[in-house]
Design a protein around this ligand. Structure first.
Ligand code: SAM
Length: 197
């Protein structure tokens, strides 16, 4: 029963406040706790469609900031001038090509809310998650400034430990956080990674 009440609350709130998905509140909660995004900053959002992270990030960085999103699906246009959404598969994305069209050389923050397409067959899914994670890490390596911060959604799988270890090698501090806006039955957590080495 509880989870239906929770779903209803965040779903209704998102509708009322004009956010495209309840995920908006997950990012807001993470920001309230960790203070990741600064005004005027540049943020890259991986797996951005339908665009609620983009909406929240756009407000956080303000008019002088930049938000770039990538998703394999199209992202319906958003009115804010500081948002650019690109359609593309992260596994085939060359971050240096994206950066070459921007007035800065790296992002201050990268967020990743990608939900991999899973089959239910553990071996297949673990391989998919590892491939996807490898592409995300490559993007972070080439696109995030030293000292920059990274937020990534993760699901508990058998490859979870490899992912945690990899993040700990690359960042000064890695915390896990389960927002109240995540469904309570979901195993979804976010890794909040501060200070790229
Ligand atoms: C939970 S949704 C993201 C919601 C988004 N953060 C928001 O607030 O609106 C996950 C997204 O990951 C995207 N995705 C899955 N695999 C991808 C890939 N290989 N490259 C880019 N995006 C991918 C899906 O198309 C989907 O839109």
């Amino acid at each position: 029963m509880g989870r239906f009440v929770l779903k209803d609350t965040f779903y209704k709130k998102a509708k009322q406040e004009g956010f495209r998905a309840r995920s908006a509140y997950k990012l807001k909660e993470i920001e309230t706790k960790f203070h990741i995004v600064r005004k005027g900053g540049a943020v890259l959002d991986l797996g951005c469609s339908p665009g609620s992270f983009l909406q929240v990030l756009s407000e956080m960085v303000g008019e002088k900031g930049t938000v770039v999103g990538i998703d394999i699906l199209p992202t319906p246009p958003l009115p804010a001038k500081n948002i650019t959404a690109i359609q593309g598969d992260i596994r085939e994305t060359d971050i240096s090509a994206i950066l070459s069209g921007l007035p800065f050389t790296s992002f201050d923050v990268i967020t990743c809310d990608i939900a991999p397409n899973l089959s239910g067959i553990r071996e297949v899914d673990d391989a998919r998650i590892e491939e996807l994670f490898g592409s995300v890490v490559k993007t972070v390596e080439g696109g995030l400034k030293p000292g920059g911060h990274f937020i990534i959604k993760s699901f508990f799988t058998t490859v979870q430990k490899n992912i945690t270890d990899e993040l700990k090698r690359r960042f000064e501090k890695v915390s896990t956080y389960k927002p109240a806006a995540s469904r309570s039955v979901s195993s979804e957590v976010y890794f909040v990674c501060m200070g790229k080495k």
